[in-house]
Design a binder for this molecule. Structure first.
Ligand code: CA
Length: 229
C-alpha cells in the first residue's frame, strides 16, 4: 500500500484529506507541525508528501528544501494564498505540484494518483534495468521472473528461479548445500539438503549445454556449489 505523509497544522483539513486518501486505498500519516513533519519525512519511507506552506515550527519552504536535499519523492505543496504559490514556484524549491486552498478532496486525490503513477514509471524503469542479470548468454529478468538462455525462454519453478538468481547474484562464491537450503527454503519447509542437489540438477538441464561438464554452476566437491563467471 502506498504511504502518504500530510504535513498540515489545520487539523480539520488534514483529517479531511486523510479520509479521502484512505478511501482511495492509501496509507496516510499526519504531522501537525513543520519540524515533526520533516523528521517523519526523513526517517520513514513515504511515496508522496502533501506539504502545507504556513506551518508552526518550520515553514513549508524550509521543509520542502530539506526533504529535497535527501529524497526524490513527489511533494505537493498547498497554500491558502495564491500569491504564495506563485512565489514558491519562482523559488524552484523542487516541489512537484502546487495547490491553492480550498481545493476539492477529489482534485487532491486525482493529483496524488497522477504524481504517484509518474514517479512509479520513473523509478520502475530504473529498477527494471537494474533487475536484469546477464552472464555469458544467460539472462535473468528478476522483475518478470523469467530466464533466457541464448534468447530462448526456459521455464523455471519458483525455487529453481530463486536458487539460480541467488547463485548468479553472488558469483564465484562457494555455498554449501546447507547454506543454500537455508537461503532459499524457509525453516518450516519439508525437505533437506538433498532438495538442493535435485534443484541444481534441474537448473543445469535448462542452462547448461552439457550437464556432465557444467559451465555455469560448478560443483566444488565436498563443499557445495558456485556460479562461475
Ligand atoms: Ca497552515
Amino acid at each position: 500500500m502506498s504511504k502518504i505523509l500530510i504535513i498540515e497544522d489545520e487539523i480539520e483539513i488534514a483529517d479531511l484529506e486523510k479520509d479521502y486518501l484512505e478511501l482511495s486505498g492509501f496509507d496516510v500519516s499526519i504531522a501537525n507541525d513543520g519540524r515533526k513533519g520533516l523528521a517523519m519525512a526523513l526517517t520513514e519511507d513515504y511515496d508522496l508528501i502533501i506539504l502545507d506552506l504556513m506551518l508552526p515550527g518550520m515553514d513549508g519552504f524550509e521543509v520542502c528544501k530539506t526533504i529535497r536535499e535527501k529524497k526524490n519523492i513527489p511533494i505537493i505543496m498547498v497554500s491558502a494564498k495564491k500569491d504564495d504559490i506563485d512565489k514558491i514556484r519562482g523559488l524552484g524549491l523542487g516541489a512537484d505540484d502546487y495547490m491553492t486552498k480550498p481545493f476539492s478532496p477529489s482534485e487532491l486525490v486525482a493529483r496524488v494518483k497522477a504524481h504517484m503513477a509518474r514517479y512509479d514509471r520513473l523509478v520502475g524503469s530504473q529498477a527494471k534495468v537494474n533487475d536484469i542479470i546477464e552472464i555469458r548468454g544467460i539472462r535473468i529478468d528478476k522483475t518478470a521472473r523469467r530466464v533466457y538462455v541464448d534468447d530462448a525462454e526456459k521455464a523455471f519453478t519458483t525455487k529453481e528461479f530463486d536458487l539460480l538468481t541467488f547463485l548468479a547474484e553472488n558469483p564465484n562464491h562457494v555455498f554449501t548445500k546447507e547454506e543454500l537450503f537455508r537461503e532459499i527454503w524457509d525453516m518450516e519447509s519439508v525437505g533437506d539438503i538433498a532438495t538442493v542437489t535435485v534443484h541444481i540438477k534441474k537448473i543445469r538441464e535448462k542452462i547448461e549445454y552439457d550437464t556432465a561438464k557444467p559451465q555455469y554452476i560448478e560443483t566444488i566437491w565436498g563443499v557445495g556449489y558456485r556460479f562461475k563467471i
